[in-house]
Design a protein around this ligand. Structure first.
Ligand code: ARG
Length: 279
C-alpha cells in the first residue's frame, strides 16, 4: 500500500499545483480541463455498467518477470506485485469499484488463460500485434516501446545487422523473438529476462533483444552493459491490455479508465514513478 499512497500523494500534489497555477493563469483553460476530466470520469463510470465479475473481482493475468511493468516485490501495489502495469490495473479496478487479483503465469500462457476464462484480462507489457488480435482483443494502447539490443559495454555491435553470426538471446514468446526470427538469425531463447541478462553478464552470449524500458532497467541494475538502438530495424510497438474476444463491456470500461488516466496525468505519473525506481 505504501507505493499506492505515494502515487495518490503525487496526484494530489500535482492537482494542487495545477489549481494554484490555474488560479493565477488562464482560468478558462482550467475550467476546460476540469470539464474534460469530469466528462471522462462520467464516461468511465457509465462504461462499467454491464461488466459482471465474480465476487466483483477483476482477475488480471500477468507474467511478473518484466520490470518496470511487472515484478515481484516485498510489498507491491497489488499484494506482492508491483510495477507500471500493476498500478494501472489497480487504478482501473478502483475507478470501477472492483477488487483486483493478480494471476501470475508464463507469458506464453496468457492468451489461453484468457480464452478459457481463467482470467478476465491480461496486462503484461503486451505488444498489440495482428497475430495476437486473431485470438484476443486489445484495449487502446497505453505505452509505446521498441525492441533494443543489450550488449556488453565493449561490444562492437552497433546495429541490428551486426548481430549476424553472434550469440543472440531472446525471451520465449516475446515480440523480440519474432523480430530476430524475421531478421533470419539463429538465437537461444530463455524463459526469463533475468536469466538471459545473467548469461550476458557472464559473457556467455553477445546480445539480448528485448523491449526498451525493460532493457533500461536491466542495464541500470547490472554493471558492464549498454543499450544499442536501431530504429530502422526495430519498429515501434504499442502495449495494450487484452480481454477475451467479444467482452465488449469490460473492454469499454478499461478503455474509458485508460482515457481518464491519460487525460488527468495519472498515466504519466505512474510511468515516471516506476521508471525512476531501482529496487
Ligand atoms: N512486449 C513484448 C511482447 O508483447 C514482451 C512482453 C513481456 N511481458 C511480460 N510481462 N513478461 O511480447
Amino acid at each position: 500500500m505504501k507505493k499506492l499512497s505515494k502515487v495518490v500523494a503525487l496526484s494530489l500534489t500535482a492537482a494542487l499545483a495545477a489549481s494554484v497555477l490555474g488560479a493565477c493563469g488562464s482560468s478558462d483553460k482550467k475550467t476546460e480541463t476540469a470539464a474534460a476530466e469530469s466528462a471522462a470520469e462520467t464516461e468511465a463510470a457509465q462504461a462499467a455498467e454491464g461488466v459482471s465479475l465474480e465476487d466483483n473481482t477483476l482477475v488480471a493475468g500477468t507474467n511478473a518477470e518484466f520490470p518496470p511493468f511487472e515484478y515481484v516485490a516485498g510489498q507491491g501495489v497489488i499484494d506482492e506485485f508491483d510495477g507500471i502495469d500493476m498500478a494501472i490495473i489497480k487504478q482501473i479496478a478502483d475507478d470501477n469499484g472492483w477488487n483486483v487479483k493478480i494471476n501470475n503465469m508464463e507469458f506464453d500462457s496468457l492468451s489461453v488463460a484468457l480464452k478459457n476464462g481463467q482470467i478476465n484480462c491480461a496486462i503484461a507489457g503486451m505488444t498489440i500485434t495482428d497475430e495476437r488480435k486473431e485470438e484476443i482483443t486489445f484495449s487502446d494502447p497505453y505505452y509505446t516501446a521498441t525492441q533494443v539490443m543489450i550488449v556488453p559495454e565493449d561490444s562492437t555491435i552497433a546495429s541490428a545487422k551486426d548481430m549476424e553470426g553472434k550469440k543472440i538471446s531472446v525471451i520465449q514468446g516475446y515480440t523480440g523473438e519474432t523480430v530476430v526470427q524475421e531478421l533470419g538469425y539463429q538465437y537461444d531463447s530463455f524463459k526469463k529476462g533475468a536469466d538471459a541478462v545473467l548469461e550476458l553478464v557472464n559473457g556467455k552470449c553477445d546480445v539480448l533483444v528485448i523491449d526498451s524500458a525493460t532493457a533500461e532497467q536491466y542495464v541500470k541494475e547490472n554493471k558492464g552493459l549498454k543499450i544499442v538502438e536501431d530504429p530502422e530495424a526495430f519498429a515501434n510497438e504499442q502495449y495494450g491490455i487484452a480481454v477475451q474476444k467479444g467482452d465488449d463491456a469490460l473492454l469499454n470500461a478499461i478503455n474509458a479508465s485508460l482515457k481518464k488516466m491519460q487525460e488527468d496525468g495519472t498515466m504519466d505519473k505512474i510511468i515516471a514513478e516506476y521508471m525512476d525506481k531501482t529496487e
